[in-house]
Ligand binder design. Sequence first.
Ligand code: PLP
Length: 361
Amino acid sequence: MTTRAYNFCAGPAALPEEVLKQAQAELLDWQGRGLSVMEMSHRSDEFVAIAETAEQDLRDLMQVPDNYKVLFVQGGASQQFAQIPLNFLPEDGVADYVDTGIWSKKAIDEARRFGNINVAASARAQDYFAIPGQNDWQLSKGAAYLHYCTNETIGGLQFDWVPQTGDVPLITDMSSDILSRPVDVSQFGMIYAGAQKNIGPSGLVVVIVREDLLGRARSSCPTMLDYKVAADNGSMFNTPACFSWYLSGLVFKWLKAQGGVEAMARVNHEKQRRLYEYIDSSELYNNPVSRSARSWMNVPFTLADAALDKVFLSGAEERRLLNLKGHRSVGGMRASIYNAVPLEAIDALIDYMKAFEKEHG
Ligand SMILES: *Cc1c(COP(=O)(O)O)cnc(C)c1O
């Protein structure tokens, strides 16, 4: 018998057990066709149906308006950092970026290779523990777009509001909080997310882009990086990440069965509430992020004495609480509590943290 541990990995992250079981059941023989999804032509009726169903389910879950394209592309969220300016920033234009941590900073550094980037706001002055309010942002006149990251996966800093930029399209990296709570897609020019946090396996990026923004890519933009090419070809200009796409589709079905994004938001709210409440009440653990900007998905915390980190982690592993080690750049701990991490996992983590505090606090 296999026993699944509770997995708090930041990414690639936990997947719903039901989804893995279904993939396992279908692995050798998908729906009586005598082959696995990994072995199908991406042009076959079977795979095209898998792909279209996944897209429709995602559209339903996020209520994506009809004037948006949904793309399933590759290269990770990191490739989007280059792809965005290549598609939307004219060579003599300027784009606004908001710096709230490591991922938005990476997006800024990459975009700078392609043009004039204005950092309209930075959380650096607040040690990345709070998000500067929009009144303090220095927006450019006539910016091609504004880019920000809704949830900083490493710092555990999340927007609970949407910037207002008038006609300037908002482009946002939702890699680690897409589908965790409702969003109004119509407020965005483009949303993108690497799959391996809150969607499915790695190798796939979901892009939701407003149609009128397509067709603006620079002439030097590689064909494969032009969103219009992906859109015109149903994300099959070349061979897509078929298995990741299929598995993500199973996750979308699972999300629908859970009651959709609103239902996930209720559970996610409770998960983060219990964990932060315990951290705040304890003497041993600390999370420094200002309350209104605390992430629902990634909860970094430190122990009062870093010498206890190793002991904490090995005790956690003994209890089958996996991947709690913080990002190598910041240390400490981090519990990533995406959609597929159930409330029971949070309770098991808190039980362990309490017992550990009793022993070492
Ligand atoms: C993980 C992550 C990325 C990078 O994703 P890759 O698919 O590894 O390129 C970018 N942005 C955010 C917010 C992330 O969490």
